[in-house]
Design a binder for this molecule. Structure first.
Ligand code: SF4
Length: 181
């Protein structure tokens, strides 16, 4: 059987979920024998999300235009999209700014009030991605196949989610039938 094409994506999150993934320790070796990592901030330097990915862990909420564009690409090109951690599942910490009136107060605070050298708003296109008015959980932007809560999800939960997928089965809690890669 071909190796499972595996990806991880980092949207608006602290990278703690990816750190928890590394806590899989020696099971990572077993995992590496069964997957091909085709895109990940920890395992590859690819700038473009590839086609025909089997499984993708998505960390973080959708907070800016880059996140928005990437998550749509991920959804189009991925068989099983896993909302990985509370920031992806609920928007969590990044969504604390949702109680403010849009993105403007955040930009003012970060770039003007706390900018001690040359305070200025990021105005150059392409330098800082435009913030969305609200930070959204992934499922409010694209359909999600599996939710993996936790801040971060502990390594044993990550393993309990991935192990059945490697066998071509849905994790028990997902309550779905067999899948074929
Ligand atoms: Fe960080 Fe927790 Fe969000 Fe994961 S869920 S990115 S650990 S804040």
């Amino acid at each position: 059987m071909d190796k499972i094409k595996f990806a991880t994506v980092w949207l608006a999150g602290c990278s703690g979920c990816h750190m928890s993934f590394l806590d899989l320790d020696e099971w990572l070796i077993e995992l590496a024998e069964q997957i091909e990592v085709v895109y990940s901030p920890v395992g590859s330097d690819l700038k473009v999300y590839p086609d025909q990915v089997d499984v993708c862990l998505v960390e973080g909420g959708v907070a800016n235009e880059d996140n928005w564009e990437l998550i749509h690409q991920v959804r189009q090109r991925t068989k099983i999209l896993i909302s990985f951690g509370d920031c992806a599942v609920t928007a969590n910490i990044p969504a604390m700014r949702n109680m403010l009136d849009g993105a403007e107060p955040v930009l003012r605070r970060a770039y003007l009030e706390l900018g001690d050298k040359t305070p200025q708003l990021p105005h150059e296109p392409g330098i800082v991605p435009e913030l969305l008015d609200q930070v959204l959980p992934v499922h409010q932007v694209v359909p999600v196949d599996i939710y993996m809560p936790g801040c971060p999800p502990p390594a044993d939960r990550i393993r309990a989610t991935l192990e059945p997928l490697l066998r071509g089965e849905w994790p028990t809690m997902a309550g779905r039938d067999m899948i074929k890669f």
